[in-house]
Design a binder for this molecule. Structure first.
Ligand code: BES
Ligand code: MN
Ligand code: ZN
Length: 490
């Protein structure tokens, strides 16, 4: 697994600017008053900084954007990167500044001379988050990586704060690696093995095989994977950092390693994108990694249903009726509505076994959520306003888009089946809501529950603030913060 870029923190030393090889970064919080780093760079370059900062181009920059001077006179550096900043940056602005620098850095050394500018840890995190590439399948040899140094006020404090943030970034990287990995590599077995490796971080990890799942009665989950040569699995990851008798938060993820649609097969165009249909499971895995790495003082259990949805002579047919672990029967009208069949059994199992204080499921569940919300926001569905608001607040603080959607009996009625307890689809109208209604039938009334439909945000075709094209890792930061704010230190 690729680790986030290592970043060193040091005292401010404007004298280092002249001799640094690579890129030198200075921060402008006030165009009229350069700080000591900017004054040093300005003196060495015979006024280039002052002219740059007074230019129209610099004036037009937003906070967190960068203006570069290449091959500056008077310095050894290849470039001076001038960050437009502000005296009281938000977390999002500081991370944006870091992300802008990551895009310029390539593999060069970078001296980030922050001076007294605020939020050095978030500048570092933004840089680490955007300094991600997925290249295990590129055969070209790697050039050596340059070094990143942040010079700032109180470097020890910044380093400690950055430590917790970079643990979260490492969780995000795990999620991105899993989501970006093609399905011939990330089979259900390979996925489970990568999760078992996290035992080294202090997690307890169990893998339930098909025999065990059959014994538990998880027939709706098993019916999705039965057309594939890859065996279905459920993996249970426990992090017990909290008090012994507190019930855990349960995180449940959809892990369809590839979704062909099954017998209700998808059209060929774009089908390759369905390698990301394990995105919910990927976010659960990355969140568990982040919690373990930063030693979260909470009890959290992560469960993922790993299956492959394939057509075959053995596959589930449209019209088949399957009995879930809960005991309710499902008429499978469309084998491409498979995510809910996986989740309903894992959610039921999570509640029966762990009696969680609350439960959140994540899934690339519906194309309809992309129609509704695009790639800006995940769909949020919940049976509990207080819990839902706590999540929305956490997501807002981490700048991860999340928008609440409705639930209601009228939508639930669309799942009525002639021959079974329910159908697995509700029709064209409100497709994301009827999918959520299906899941809610497997949520006990006393369990505060949130369903996150991440089909639009898990992987993107245009870069986001902190992620390049491809897997974003959406949700790891929000869930980590929710745990920190609502489940720790109580
Ligand atoms: N995995 C898909 C949803 C999806 C679509 C995720 C696009 C990411 C991008 C899901 O299993 C699916 O196929 N949903 C169907 C549901 C329909 C058959 C009711 C859909 O959205 O078309
Ligand atoms: Mn599908
Ligand atoms: Zn799917």
């Amino acid at each position: 697994m690729r680790k986030p870029t290592a970043i060193r923190f040091e005292e401010n030393r404007p004298a280092h600017i002249m001799g640094h090889e690579g890129r030198v970064v200075i921060f402008i919080t006030d165009q009229a008053k350069l700080d000591s780093n900017a004054r040093r760079a300005n003196a060495l370059s015979k006024g280039a900084i002052e002219r740059a900062v007074q230019s129209d181009a610099f004036e037009k920059l937003k906070v967190g954007q960068v203006f570069s001077i290449a091959m500056p006179h008077g310095l050894k550096a290849d470039a001076i990167d001038i960050v437009r900043y502000t005296r009281k940056p938000t977390v999002a602005q500081a991370r944006k500044a870091g992300a802008s620098l990551a895009k310029l850095r390539g593999k060069a050394n970078m001296l980030i001379a922050l001076g007294a500018a605020r939020l050095p840890q978030d500048v570092a995190m933004g840089l680490a988050m955007r300094d991600y590439t997925f290249d295990p399948h590129k055969t070209a040899a790697d050039a050596p990586e340059g070094e990143v140094v942040v010079q700032c006020a109180k470097p020890e404090e910044a380093e400690a704060a950055a430590g917790a943030l970079l643990a979260v970034a490492e969780g995000v990287f795990m999620t991105r690696d899993l989501i970006n990995e093609p399905a011939n590599v990330l089979t259900t077995t390979e996925f489970a093995e990568r999760l078992v490796e996290m035992e080294a971080l202090g997690l307890t990890v169990e893998v339930l095989d098909e025999e065990e799942l059959a014994r538990l009665g998880m027939r709706t989950l098993l019916c999705v994977g039965q057309g594939s040569d890859s065996p279905s699995k459920v993996v249970v990851m426990q992090w017990n950092g909290g008090a012994e008798d507190t019930p855990p938060l349960a995180l449940v993820g959809k892990g369809v390693v590839f979704d062909t649609g099954g017998i209700s097969i998808k059209p060929a165009g774009g089908m390759e994108d369905m390698t990301m249909d394990m995105g919910g499971a990927g976010v659960v895995a990355g969140t568990m990694r982040a919690l373990a790495l930063r030693g979260a003082k909470a009890n959290v259990v992560g469960l993922v249903g790993l299956v492959e949805n394939m057509p075959s002579g053995n596959a589930t047919r449209p019209g088949d009726v399957i009995t879930s672990m809960k005991g309710d029967t499902v008429e499978v009208i469309n084998t491409d509505a498979e995510g809910r069949l996986v989740l309903c059994d894992v959610m039921w199992y999570a509640q029966e076994r762990f009696e969680p204080e609350a439960m959140i499921d994540l899934a690339t569940l519906t194309g309809a959520i992309i129609v509704g919300l695009g790639h800006e926001n995940a769909g949020v569905f919940s049976n509990n306003d207080a819990f839902c608001n706590a999540f929305l607040t956490a997501a807002g603080a981490e700048n991860e888009g999340a928008w609440r959607m409705p639930l209601g009996d009228g939508y639930d009625a669309l799942l009525k089946s002639r021959i079974a307890d329910m159908k697995n689809i509700g029709g064209r109208a409100a497709g994301s809501v009827t999918a959520a209604q299906f899941l809610q039938r497997f949520v006990k009334d006393e369990t505060p529950w949130i369903h996150l439909d991440i089909a639009g945000v898990a992987s993107v075709k245009t870069e986001t603030a902190l992620a390049p094209v491809g897997a974003t890792g959406w949700g790891v930061m929000a869930l980590n913060r929710l745990v920190q704010d609502a489940f720790e230190g109580s």
